[in-house]
Design a protein around this ligand. Structure first.
Ligand SMILES: Cc1cc2nc3c(=O)[nH]c(=O)nc-3n(C[C@H](O)[C@H](O)[C@H](O)COP(=O)(O)OP(=O)(O)OC[C@H]3O[C@@H](n4cnc5c(N)ncnc54)[C@H](O)[C@@H]3O)c2cc1C
Length: 397
């Protein structure tokens, strides 16, 4: 019998969205996850409106809204002067039922999708199945895994490599991950402190510019996350101490008491896109295909858009046997990663970190010109919420 199974390597947000969409359309899916459980690390936490539209079709958006924070406003802010441009997503209510961002941890989406799988007998998640290689053999994809039961080979018609930035599958296919690593590390400190009661006119998402130390203040339901760049040569071990985190937050806003620190992370940020997204019936998606800085919240959202695009094509191809569609997947999604996500996120970083007074003035003028002109504001929101990226992808034939 012909094998119609889709194997998905990696149960992150990208793999799990692809799995749910395929399962809902009657496709047999096996998800391979190397962990014993789903990772619960604090990573992406912003869901943009078009992503919420997709997740709504899967029956997930109400659940994210219920447990997350609905954020219609976000802003560009100066560290000393306060808000410069405050954007209100509700002006997009004529084109989307979700004119806001939802702030919630990515692992919550993953676990909520997993709970939905009980409704589908055609999807199976295998934990402790670490993918160690994959190859295309005629019209079958073979995936080699390692785990407590030893080595196994699974076979399927398609393989989605959503195994994250260090993708074993991308490496095993010798696909270049082209781009660069940015010089500064990113340091994220999470605290339940109520910044909104102490800093005037904060939005839920605040990109804060400053010539010596820009930052991002992101609110979730029960805490704030503060992201700082770290240019100094300080060890990760030092930065991961509560003392260093408290000192850093005290510089942002002095308090007599120490800050309660819930979580800290420090990581290197890369801007990279895979040279190819397709190798026969093996496809890269999400961080396995592209990585970028988190300024604008486009990494996970762009990855979910890959999952959506690819799953749609697999569903069509299963009915029509059209495999040309998969070259289109690469053309559409790689173009968006290169032309749109990489450029926007780097631009955001450069704007926030501008050190020259003239660059800061020009940037502030640019933001003010956008916010004072309703047409420009709308266009900017369509761009930053990734509506334009999806429109551009649809135009690529
Ligand atoms: C520290 C950190 C902070 C971040 N913060 C933000 C942020 O604030 N905003 C933002 O937009 N983005 C952020 N990102 C990026 C965002 O988390 C990713 O874009 C998103 O997780 C991509 O989803 P994914 O499913 O492609 O990959 P992942 O979420 O990485 O999921 C990959 C999954 O595959 C599994 N896996 C890996 N290798 C194998 C293997 N060989 N076999 C089987 N399973 C495997 C992993 O255990 C994991 O479950 C951050 C990333 C990091 C590392």
């Amino acid at each position: 019998m012909k094998n119609e199974n889709v194997i998905i390597a990696g149960a992150g947000p990208v793999g799990m969205v692809a799995a749910l969409k395929l399962a809902q359309n009657g496709v047999n899916v096996t998800v391979l996850e190397k962990g014993k459980t789903f990772p619960r690390d604090l990573r992406a936490s912003t869901f943009h409106p078009p992503t919420l539209e997709m997740l709504d079709e899967l029956g997930m958006t109400d659940e994210l809204i219920k447990d997350g924070l609905v954020a219609p406003f976000w802003q560009f802010r100066d560290r000393t002067k306060g808000p410069i441009a405050v954007f209100d997503l509700s002006i997009l209510s004529d084109i989307t039922p979700f004119p806001f961002r939802v702030q919630i941890e990515q692992w919550q989406l993953v676990e909520k999708i997993y709970a939905k799988f009980t409704n589908y007998s055609n999807v199976n998640v295998l934990f402790e199945h670490q993918v160690i290689g994959a190859r295309q053999d005629d019209d079958i994809v073979k995936v080699l895994t390692w785990g407590p039961e030893g080595e196994k080979t699974l076979e399927g018609k398609f393989l989605i490599a959503s195994d994250g930035a260090d993708s074993v599958i991308r490496k095993s296919l010798a696909i270049e991950f082209e781009g660069f690593t940015i010089p500064e590390k990113f340091w994220v400190i999470t605290t339940p402190f109520h910044f909104e009661n102490h800093m005037e006119n904060l939005s839920e998402i605040n990109y804060v510019s400053d010539p010596s130390e820009w930052l991002v203040l992101l609110r979730n339901k029960n805490y704030w996350r503060v992201l700082f760049p770290m240019y100094e040569d300080r060890s990760d071990q030092e930065l991961m101490s509560d003392i260093a985190a408290n000192t850093q937050l005290q510089k942002l806003l002095h308090q007599d008491d120490d800050y309660e620190i819930l979580h800290k992370s420090i990581y290197r940020v890369h801007q990279r896109v895979a040279a190819r997204y397709r190798h026969g019936n093996i496809f890269l998606a999400g961080d396995a295909a592209h990585i970028n800085n988190p300024l604008g919240g486009m990494g996970m959202n762009g990855g979910i858009h890959d999952a959506w695009n690819l799953a749609e094509k697999i569903i069509i191809s299963n009915k029509t046997n059209d495999t040309e569609l998969f070259d289109l997947y690469e053309r559409q999604r790689k173009t968006i990663a290169v032309e749109y996500v990489q450029k926007s996120t780097e631009r955001n970083r450069k704007m926030l970190m501008a050190t020259k007074a003239s660059d800061q003035v020009n940037r502030n003028i640019e933001w003010l010109e956008i916010i004072k002109n309703p047409n420009k504001t709308r266009e900017y929101l369509l761009e930053s919420s990734m509506f334009n990226a999806l429109k551009r992808a649809r135009e690529i034939k």
